[in-house]
Design a protein around this ligand. Structure first.
Ligand code: 13P
Ligand code: SF4
Length: 300
C-alpha cells in the first residue's frame, strides 16, 4: 500500500481529521481535510466532531485546537515545529507591560503561547486583528507579540496601540526593495502581502491579507498575475486553485523552516502512535479559551 493509502485508511479507522496550514509542503496539503489560515483552522477545530485532530502546522496552532477541544486528541506530527515569534514574549514580560498600562486591553496574536493567551483579554489572527481591536471599549490596547501586525492594526484604528517588539523572521525579512524589483519584473502583477510584513513593505503593496484572504482575492479578482509577499508554501495552493493564473513569490527565501518539517511519513506515524499529543493544563486552558472564544465571537 502506498503511504497516502495507508494515511487515508488509518485516518478513517481512527476517525481523525487532518488540518493543514497554507504553508505546509504540497504533499501534506494534498492529503489534508482542510487547508487554511489560522482563523479557518481555529474555527474548524472548534466545530469538528472527530476524536482525533492531526494538526499539520506549528505548536501554537495545535495548542489552540487543544484549548478549544480538550476532549479531543490533538496531535502535532513534528514535535519540533514551533513558531519562534510565539515565544518572543513571556508571561512575566506581559504582566510587567500590563502593570505599566493598567487601563489598556490586551490583545494577543494567535501566534502566541497558551500562557500568553491566558494573560490576554482577547486573541486575534492576521485575518481579524483590526476588527478585534475595534470591537473593544478600551481606548488603549496592548498588542503582542508581533510589532508589524501591531503597526498594521494601528493604521486602521483610532485606539492607541502599545506594541511588543516580536516579529516573524520570514515576513520581517521581506523588503520594499524586493517589492520594487518584483514589480519591475512583473509590471502587470498585483502585489499581495501579509500583515506580518514591515510597514515599508505594506506601503508598497496593492493589498494586505491573511493567507486565506490572498486565496479569496486570487480566485475572485480579474488580475491574472500576482506577486505573493508571504511564506512560499502559499504559492502551491494558489496555483492549484487558479491553474490559469501566475503567482510569483516576493522572495524565494521566504521559507518557514518549522512549517516544512512535517511530511507524509510523520503524518502516518502520528496516526499510528497518536504522538506527539498536545495538551494544555486546564487552569491555563480555561483562561486562554476565553480569549479565543471572544475572538471567534467577533464578526468579520
Ligand atoms: P495566517 O495563515 O493566519 O495568515 O498566518 C500566517 C502565519 O504566519 C501563521 O504562522
Ligand atoms: Fe511563525 Fe513566521 Fe513561521 Fe508563521 S511563518 S509559523 S509566524 S515563524
Amino acid at each position: 500500500m502506498t503511504m497516502i493509502k495507508k494515511i487515508l485508511a488509518l485516518k478513517e479507522e481512527r476517525q481523525a481529521t487532518i488540518l493543514a496550514h497554507n504553508y505546509q509542503i504540497p504533499e501534506v496539503q494534498d492529503i489534508a481535510d482542510l487547508v487554511g489560515d489560522s482563523l479557518e483552522l481555529s474555527r474548524a477545530a472548534a466545530r469538528l466532531d472527530s476524536e482525533v485532530i492531526i494538526f499539520c502546522g506549528v505548536d501554537f496552532m495545535a495548542e489552540t485546537a487543544a484549548i478549544l477541544s480538550p476532549q479531543k486528541k490533538v496531535v502535532l506530527p513534528e514535535n519540533g515545529a514551533w513558531c519562534p515569534m510565539a515565544h518572543m514574549i513571556t508571561p512575566e514580560q506581559l504582566r510587567d507591560l500590563k502593570a505599566l498600562h493598567p487601563e489598556a486591553a490586551v490583545v494577543c496574536y494567535v501566534n502566541s503561547t497558551a500562557e500568553i493567551k491566558a494573560e490576554s483579554d482577547v486573541c486575534c489572527t492576521s485575518a481579524n486583528g483590526v476588527q478585534v481591536v475595534n470591537s473593544l471599549s478600551e481606548k488603549e490596547v496592548i498588542f503582542v507579540p508581533d510589532r508589524n501586525l501591531a503597526a498594521y492594526v494601528a493604521r486602521h484604528t483610532d485606539k492607541k496601540i502599545i506594541p511588543w517588539n516580536g516579529y516573524c523572521y520570514v515576513h520581517d525579512h521581506l523588503t520594499a526593495e524586493e517589492v520594487r524589483a518584483a514589480r519591475a519584473e512583473h509590471p502587470n502583477a498585483e502585489v499581495l502581502v501579509h500583515p506580518e510584513c514591515r510597514p515599508e513593505v505594506i506601503d508598497q503593496a496593492d493589498f494586505v491579507y491573511s493567507t486565506a484572504g490572498m486565496g479569496r482575492h486570487a480566485l475572485a479578482g480579474a488580475a491574472r498575475e500576482f506577486i505573493i509577499g508571504t511564506e512560499t508554501g502559499m504559492i502551491y495552493r494558489l496555483k492549484k486553485e487558479n491553474p490559469l493564473k501566475e503567482f510569483y513569490p516576493l522572495s524565494k527565501n521566504a521559507i518557514c523552516q518549522n512549517m516544512k518539517k512535517t511530511d507524509l511519513a510523520k503524518v502516518l506515524r502520528a496516526l499510528q502512535t497518536l504522538q506527539s499529543q498536545v495538551t494544555v493544563p486546564e487552569e491555563i486552558a480555561v483562561r486562554a479559551r476565553r480569549s479565543i472564544e471572544r475572538m471567534l465571537a467577533v464578526k468579520n
